[in-house]
Design a protein around this ligand. Sequence first.
Ligand code: TMP
Ligand code: ASP
Length: 244
Amino acid sequence: MSVDRKLYEGKAKILYATDDPEVLVAHFKDDATAFNAAKRGRIVRKGEINCTISTHLFAQLESSGIPTHWIDTPKVDRMRVKAVKIIPLEVVVRNIAAGSLCRQTGISLGTPIEPPLVEFFYKNDELGDPLLTVDRLRLLNVATPEQIDRLRELALQVNRYLSTFFASCQITLVDFKLEFGTTSDAQIVLADEISPDTCRLWDRLETDPERRVMDKDRFRQDLGEVEAAYERVLERVLTRVEPR
Ligand code: TMP
Ligand code: ASP
């Protein structure tokens, strides 16, 4: 694989160009940030773990009919992806109340949300990734109304698939964040990553509200044993039983 030019370095990944303009390489880093990079740290083996989990999930989503940017994973912490134009929206799906939903609405942590909530945040670090209203989405015009409908539909499809998958790993998918991009032929595909950095995952084998946390909230909230939690998610994903 010939990897040449560094195109972009984000908080968790570096994107490289390849000799094929349609193909990029994403290198997953161990660096961890929270609160718009106000908190910085490192999670040992995170790059490898998140790349492996994302690979596993993208491959399954592809075979269930959801298009993704994933091509293949030539190294444990590197995946080849389709070059897409990222739509600057963070699409969050919530099955259980946690995080900013609790802070901003007063809904108690752990309240089931049925049907699942889909929220759009503006992907803009300078503005702190603000939550958008329907009217602000229209005003910003970063996606057409038809594209927004498609993002919502894809996000809910991903949620249905992943909720079942994680349940078979004895993990509850509380909420997660997705990013999407458009290919050169204007198809919307799932991009970025799906990992303990971008999902809230609760261990169904634990009832204690701190011990059950298997995701980046351990880092965000200084709960300790961050690496062990990421390793446990990886192990469950790789050894799970088939969903019924
Ligand atoms: P929130 O409750 O803080 O809005 O987060 C919702 C979900 O989005 C949660 O699973 C964590 C994920 N997330 C990211 O992937 N990146 C971010 O920058 C933030 C704030 C949340
Ligand atoms: N993306 C966030 C940051 O900007 C991290 C997070 O809370 O997931 O640092």
